[in-house]
Design a protein. Structure first.
Length: 263
């Protein structure tokens, strides 16, 4: 009985030991599972925190990029503004240069036209009064100056179009001759710039001032005088055009770039 009792005691002790070992293993396993879960949670928290930091870093980079883009936009706007200012300044310079060249063309036209047609101007004005002669020369000067500016813009860089050049000369001559013919129709035959003509001009027709007595608006004297005036005008503007073309050829006057292109 005593021996069995010892064996039973040993068996009980072994069972208790096994139970304790099992409980210890279970407790250790539970601790390991809990530690693993905590480690995973810590890793997940660390990853979330790292992701949040990365998002913050990305947002910061985006803000920096936006600031740089804003600076680039301002730089582009400043460059566009400078370009517009430069264009305006260039346009003003071009206009100033164009005015200077037009003035040179007018002066050259006056010199060429008046001095070229000076003998004929003197001959046709010799019979008039001093006022008539002065007005004739002043009208020729003004006509040549206007012709020079118009000729430079009309011809432009079209150097080979002789019809265009001749058309400008003929047009100016026709207008000048037509204006003179209108005055000659109502003027006495002894000169186109006498007091009677000034008073009897069309603008004063409503004043009922007597018009000079002539046989009609197209007498032989009127036709001859108008023809001479037309020839004088053709020579006047022809010499002016030749002077301008000579100045073009020598580079004294630049041609107009703004003239419309022609076939």
């Amino acid at each position: 009985m005593a021996g069995k009792s010892e064996e039973q005691q040993k068996a009980e002790m072994e069972q208790k030991s096994k139970h304790l070992m099992a409980d210890a293993e279970v407790a250790a396993a539970a601790k390991m599972i809990e530690a693993e879960q905590k480690a995973k949670q810590l890793m997940a928290d660390a990853e979330v925190a790292a992701a949040a930091k990365m998002v913050e870093a990305a947002e910061l980079k985006f803000m920096i990029a936006q600031a740089e883009l804003s600076n680039v936009s301002k730089i582009v706007e400043a460059a566009e503004l400078k370009f517009m200012i430069a264009q305006a300044e260039l346009s003003n310079v071009s206009k100033d240069v164009g005015r200077v060249e037009s003035g040179k063309a007018a002066a050259c036209s006056v010199v060429g036209g008046v001095f070229g047609a000076l003998p004929l101007l003197s001959a046709t004005s010799a019979s008039g009064s001093d006022l008539s002669i002065a007005l004739s020369f002043l009208a020729a000067l003004a006509s040549c100056a206007l012709f020079g500016v118009t000729y430079r813009y009309a011809v432009g860089r079209d150097t080979s179009n002789a019809n265009l050049k001749g058309g400008v000369v003929a047009g100016f001559a026709l207008v000048r001759a037509a204006a003179a013919a209108d005055v000659l129709q109502i003027s006495p035959v002894d000169g186109p710039f006498t007091t009677d003509v000034i008073v009897s001009a069309p603008i004063y027709a409503s004043l009922s001032v007597p018009i000079s007595s002539v046989d009609g608006p197209f007498t032989t004297d009127v036709i001859v005088a108008a023809s001479i005036y037309a020839g004088q005008s053709v020579l006047l503007f022809g010499f002016a055009a030749a002077a301008i073309e000579a100045a073009f050829a020598r580079g004294l006057i630049t041609r107009c770039d703004d003239a419309p292109s022609r076939n």
